[in-house]
Each structure stands twice: as structure tokens, then as C-alpha cells.
Design a protein. Structure first.
Length: 229
């Protein structure tokens, strides 16, 4: 069981508490997303056609078009990992430092963003299509390896081997944007649904991709978590 007293001390990252062992927004879907084709997301307003022009003779931006999404892919990546954690005797208070895995800095990106919608509009539309509980990371968001990322847990009852990790849930998709008589715009978006962290006993296999990698790297070879990864 994962104690409810675990706290994550890195901004923007939450602990995965008892009964809530999934990253925000994944609901166990990491690695299971297939090809999604022909699903439409329609804007709320009317769209200006190619022939409609403003007083300056320039074509007006088309901000309320229709998206067709395809090749939606999700991937969970391990971003931080603790050293092997061993409690030789029953322990109630523990701080687990997580070391960055690699030096990748994650930033949302959108190619081919249609005029009038922009990168933020494309990401918002993808969030609506995926029916996410919280907004996807926007153009100004950044997720980078943290050097001061750690867990602090009190009043637990730890004994034996444990593993701790942090991860990011990436999502990307291709899109076609249609508005009025304009030529459809095609592009690609890459962002993330959320970031989270977990702390588990090596007798408890993780149902997260990142957790399984973490267990394989830090748990004893014969433990249930390591064997299940």
C-alpha cells in the first residue's frame, strides 16, 4: 500500500497516493493508444472563407474551423529515479531524492498551426478531442529534469525494498484543419497530459510504464516488481 502521507516537493508534480497509482490523465492508457482517424472536432463559431476579405483586402484569419485528428499516440517517459531504497528495519519517516534521467527539456510544439487558431488553439482542440480532465500543457509550459526533486513521507511503516520515480505523459497527433473555402491546413502537435511521481514497495508491481522501468533498475532481481517489469 502507498501511504497517503507522501508529499512531492517538486513544483507541478503530485504524488501517486494509495488507490491512485496512475499519472494524471493516463488512466492506465500509456502505450495503448491506437490510430484515430476521421474524428472531427468542430469549432463553436462560423468560419471565414478564402473569398471573405477585410477592408485592407487581406484574407481574414479563420479561427473556428474543424479538426480531423489522426495518428494519436501516447508515451510515458521516465524523467527521474531514486537510488535503490532499502529499509533494514521498520521506518516511519523517509525522504527520497530523485535524480534526473537524462537532460531532455520538454516543450509543447505545434507545426502547421492554422492562422487564427495558433498553437494554443490546436492544443486546446486536441484536449477536447481526448476529453482530458485538465488542460494539456500549453505553448508556454516547460518540463525539465529537476535536481531538487524528492519525496518526503512521514508516519509510514516502511520495511524492505522500495522504488521511487517520476514521469511525464506525452501525447502527439497529426491534424487537418478545415475552414470555409480555404485549403485544409495539415500539421502535427506534441504536448503532454501531465507529470507525476510514485513511491512503491518492490513487492508491488507498478501498472505504469515508468514505474516498471524504475523497478527493473532499482529493485532486487527476485522481487515481484522487478520480475513483473
Amino acid at each position: 500500500m502507498i501511504p497517503d502521507t507522501i508529499m512531492v516537493r517538486t513544483p507541478g508534480v503530485r504524488a501517486l497516493g494509495d488507490g491512485d497509482r496512475h499519472m494524471r490523465g493516463t488512466a492506465g492508457r500509456a502505450g495503448t493508444a491506437g490510430l484515430v482517424i476521421g474524428v472531427l472536432v468542430t469549432g463553436l463559431g462560423a468560419c471565414t472563407g478564402e473569398a471573405d476579405r477585410g477592408g485592407d483586402g487581406k484574407a481574414e484569419a479563420c479561427a473556428e474551423g474543424t479538426y480531423t485528428w489522426s495518428a494519436v499516440r501516447r508515451e510515458q517517459r521516465l524523467t527521474a529515479l531514486s537510488d535503490p531504497i532499502r529499509f533494514e528495519k521498520r521506518t516511519g519517516t523517509y525522504t527520497s531524492h530523485l535524480k534526473a534521467v537524462g537532460d531532455t527539456v520538454y516543450r509543447p510544439s505545434v507545426t502547421g498551426a492554422p492562422e487564427g487558431a495558433g498553437a494554443a488553439g490546436v492544443i486546446t482542440a486536441l484536449g477536447r478531442h481526448l476529453k482530458v480532465g485538465k488542460p494539456l500543457a500549453g505553448p508556454s509550459d516547460t518540463e525539465r529534469p529537476a535536481h531538487d526533486h524528492f519525496f518526503e513521507s512521514r508516519n509510514g511503516a516502511y520495511e524492505g525494498a522500495y522504488y521511487a520515480f517520476a514521469a511525464i505523459d506525452l501525447v502527439e497527433a497529426d491534424f487537418t484543419y478545415t475552414c470555409g473555402e480555404r485549403k485544409p491546413a495539415k500539421g502535427h502537435v506534441r504536448t503532454w497530459e501531465g507529470a507525476g511521481a510514485g513511491f512503491l514497495s518492490c513487492s508491488t508491481p507498478s501498472d505504469e510504464t515508468a514505474g516498471q522501468i524504475a523497478a527493473q533498475r532499482t529493485c532486487p532481481a527476485g522481487s515481484e516488481a522487478a520480475q513483473a517489469s
